[in-house]
Design a protein. Structure first.
Length: 335
């Protein structure tokens, strides 16, 4: 039997923790195999929930701590007094090689600062990048950086390209990875000096991880013609928030139109199958799990407000990252 994948889980982070976290572990456990969970948090609270769960006791261990990072803590505060918290201990277990990957739905800033304090950077990478998963017409995009680095140079963007492509290959090993740089136009002369120089470098230096597709504009992100999109953290975060706001606006307006009167309700009944397909396509739970790339060990952030289904999907992201050797892919190509 092959060695199980060991996921370190911060059970005390995010809304409705640890209930949501343990519900998510149960859902994930019952649709996979050869997984072990190191669960960090208050043992009494966790045990009171786990005794009602269908999870084999051979597949998890509870590491007790009654301390946790609070949502309102600043990253600096969390780093100063967080050494015995569930988040810190979960990350430390990856550092000590007793876990393969760490997942938390807790304080985002704290998670990334504590991760960078404990885990070394991969050689030849200067900055970590925050990567997320977005839906497109044909599947899923990997998009980075989503806010870890406000300013980036050409080397950073080239590193992000390799890391993002490696992530895509790990999550979707049977797909061809097609990468583009987010820009204000598709012509080679568009954009600032940094993005134009990065374009030239990526065009000249072929990388086996991906096919370089040039530039992509914001209105084509969802087309599905590329599946890895690279930008700096400022632009990426603005694009992320814009996409989230647009998706929420569209779904809420459609809901109003379909439930506001009898004709709308009757129409929604006749089209229930298509409506559900549309709803599932934009369901953020299906794309839960932001990945901090560039560190020697993988760190995954679940959205704090997601439910147990979203948390289970983030656990699936963790499983694929380890199984398909994300860190090795980055190291093999970064030089």
């Amino acid at each position: 039997m092959t060695k199980p994948i060991i996921i370190a889980v911060d059970a005390m982070g995010g809304d409705n923790a640890p209930q949501k976290v343990l519900d998510g572990i149960e859902l994930h456990f019952n649709k996979t195999e050869n997984i072990f969970y190191n669960i960090f948090g208050d043992k009494e609270s966790i045990n009171s929930i786990l005794k009602h769960k269908k999870i084999n006791t051979n597949n998890f261990e509870i590491i007790h701590t009654d301390k946790k990072i609070m949502g309102e803590d600043s990253a600096l505060t969390a780093a100063k007094r967080g050494k015995d918290t569930s988040m810190w201990l979960a990350i430390e277990s990856v550092k000590n090689k007793t876990s393969d990957i760490v997942l938390s739905a807790g304080n985002t800033g704290a998670l990334f600062v504590i991760a960078k304090l404990n885990l070394e950077m991969i050689n030849n990478i200067d900055k970590p990048a925050l990567s997320g998963l977005w839906p497109n017409k044909k599947g899923i995009n990997v998009v980075l950086d989503l806010g870890a680095n406000i300013e980036c140079n050409e080397k950073n963007l080239k590193d992000f390209s390799i890391m993002g492509a490696a992530l895509h290959k790990s999550l979707f090993p049977n797909e061809i990875t097609k990468l583009a740089l987010l820009n204000i136009g598709s012509e080679e002369l568009k954009g600032n000096a940094i993005i134009k120089n990065t374009f030239q470098d990526l065009q000249k230096n072929i990388n086996k991880l991906f096919e370089f597709q040039g530039y992509i504009e914001g209105n084509h992100i969802m087309d599905g013609n590329v599946n890895v999109i690279v930008t700096d953290g400022f632009t990426g975060n603005v694009a992320l928030k814009t996409a989230e706001g647009t998706a929420n606006f569209i779904t809420s307006e459609i809901k109003k139109a379909l439930t506001g009167n009898f004709l709308g309700k009757f129409s929604s009944f006749l089209n229930i199958k298509n409506i559900n397909k549309f709803k599932n396509k934009l369901d953020p739970r299906s794309y839960n799990g932001a990945i901090l790339l560039g560190l020697n060990s993988p760190v995954v952030k679940s959205h704090g407000g997601t439910d147990y289904v979203g948390f289970a999907n983030a656990l699936s992201v963790c499983e694929k990252i380890v199984k398909n050797k994300l860190i090795d892919k980055i190291k093999d190509n970064i030089n």
